[in-house]
Design a protein around this ligand. Sequence first.
Ligand code: PLP
Length: 373
Amino acid sequence: MIYLDNNATTFLDPRVAEQMDALLRRPLGNPSSTHRYGQEARALLGEATREVAHFFSVSPSEILFTSGATEGLNMAIRSVPPGRHILTSSLEHSAVLEACKCTGCEVTYLDPEPGRGAITPAQVEAALRPETALLVFMAANNETGVCTDLPGLAALAEASQIPLVVDGVGIVGKGNCPLPRGVSAFCLSSHKIHGPTGVGVVVIRKSLPCTPLIVGGPQQRRLRGGTEPLVAILGCAQALKRSGERCEEVAQLRDYFEHLLVAHIDQLVIHGRSEPRVNNTTSVAFLGVEGEELLIQLDMRGIAASHGAACASGALEPSRVLLHMGLPEAVVRSTLRFSLSRFTTREEVERTVSTLHTIVASLRTSPFRKERP
Ligand code: PLP
């Protein structure tokens, strides 16, 4: 099987699995308990917190462990008082869009400039209002890999003294990941960086007065009640520590993949190719081909990629992100996303392109080809 859907989730790094396995077999107490087992657990939790803080060059008191990015984003976004104004974009993940809807605030969804894959700081600045209380933007788009100008946005947020919540899922593990001062909250999921599922991190700075989403015990500075899932947190910290590995090699492999695609298959469009992108993502339209059919054919040949989002009926909806980028529906429907990881090999990429070459040619000439009205 060739797995090229790493923006959906990644496989657990075997070294992280080994460390977690060893911990799972150890008698570990509750970090809140006072006995020796509890103290040991608390020490491990403190170590993981310090490691994550070190990764982002922030204080351990600014780190909070959650169940994943969706929870972190909900917590950060839903801290805003009702009746205010939130600025975000139509390119955001549904975790952001749905959380914004729950705030009781007016929300502005900025569309990118035609053909562009990210919102610019100038667009955000032009849309600011006196009552704007929160900015929410993704650092990199999960479908196209196009990066937002995070330093520019953070500078604007700092100058206007408006908290900026950043969906960091698409950027962590894809290269340099600095956290400019103007970022008030930054959320990630461990399963996107070869860590375990069910755990994530939110970096929260003082500039965002946060209210807890989950209340209960006094854990995590009373910002998130509940016994900490220690082994998952330790796995997450380990995964984050290793997330910078082989980033340059992945970038080279993605570029090689695109080079092969362009060399061997005609009539294709790689979205966002002229913009700054993360190192692992290729969003490509095979013109004249139904993406859903292509996806099924690839799966039958042992290659996993991705296309659009599943709707209630189980069919695939055309990508909302690509439509908001102003691309025609036929182009959007013919688009697939390939997302590589540090475990992807050159041979896998070559086999994928030669398989695509064969399938695309047969679908384009098939007498049963679906013609959309
Ligand atoms: N933000 C982005 C950009 C994502 O791609 C995802 C998941 O695909 C999320 C947020 C939500 O992450 P999770 O489902 O791990 O909570």
